[in-house]
Write a protein that binds this ligand. Structure first.
Ligand code: SF4
Ligand code: SF4
Length: 123
C-alpha cells in the first residue's frame, strides 16, 4: 500500500482536482481550531462563528462548500496549519483504507488517488 500511495501521488495532481475541498468538509477538532485561529489572528470564538457549524455527529465542519480556505488555484490558504483530517486525506497510506471500507468506496467515487490505489490493490 505505501508504494501504491506514493505512485498515486506521482500520477495524480491534487491541484487539478480539489474535489475533496470543493465538496466535503474536514472535521475541525479542538487542536485544529486553536492552531488555525491563532494563525489567522482570530479569537477562537470568532473563528468558529465565522467559518464553522456543528454537524449531525457533533463535529465542527465548514458552514458551506467549497471550503472557505480553498484558493482559486486549488491551493489551501492555511496549508501548513490545515486540519489533521486534510493532512491525512485520502488515507491511502493508513489502515483506515481497509478497515473502513464503506468510507473508502465513497472516497473512490470522487478521489482519483483513492481510485488509483484501489485499482492497484485489486490488480
Ligand atoms: S479528491 Fe483526492 S485526488 Fe482530488 S484533491 Fe482530494 S486527495 Fe487529491
Ligand atoms: S482546509 Fe485547506 S486542505 Fe482542508 S478542505 Fe479546506 S482548502 Fe482543503
Amino acid at each position: 500500500m505505501p508504494a501504491f500511495h506514493e505512485e498515486a501521488f506521482e500520477n495524480v495532481n491534487c491541484l487539478t482536482c480539489a474535489n475533496c475541498c470543493k465538496n466535503y468538509s474536514p472535521r475541525f477538532k479542538t487542536p485544529d481550531v486553536k492552531r488555525i485561529s491563532k494563525y489567522l489572528g482570530m479569537k477562537e470564538s470568532v473563528f468558529i462563528d465565522t467559518y464553522l457549524r456543528v454537524d449531525e455527529d457533533g463535529d465542527f465542519v465548514v458552514k458551506s462548500s467549497p471550503c472557505p480556505f480553498l484558493a482559486s488555484d486549488n491551493t489551501c490558504n492555511i496549508y501548513d496549519e490545515r486540519p489533521s483530517d486534510c493532512a491525512r486525506f485520502p488515507y491511502t497510506d493508513e489502515d483506515v483504507l481497509v478497515k473502513r471500507q464503506a468510507l473508502t468506496l465513497k472516497n473512490s467515487e470522487f478521489c482519483p488517488i483513492t481510485y488509483y490505489v484501489l485499482e492497484k490493490l485489486i490488480q
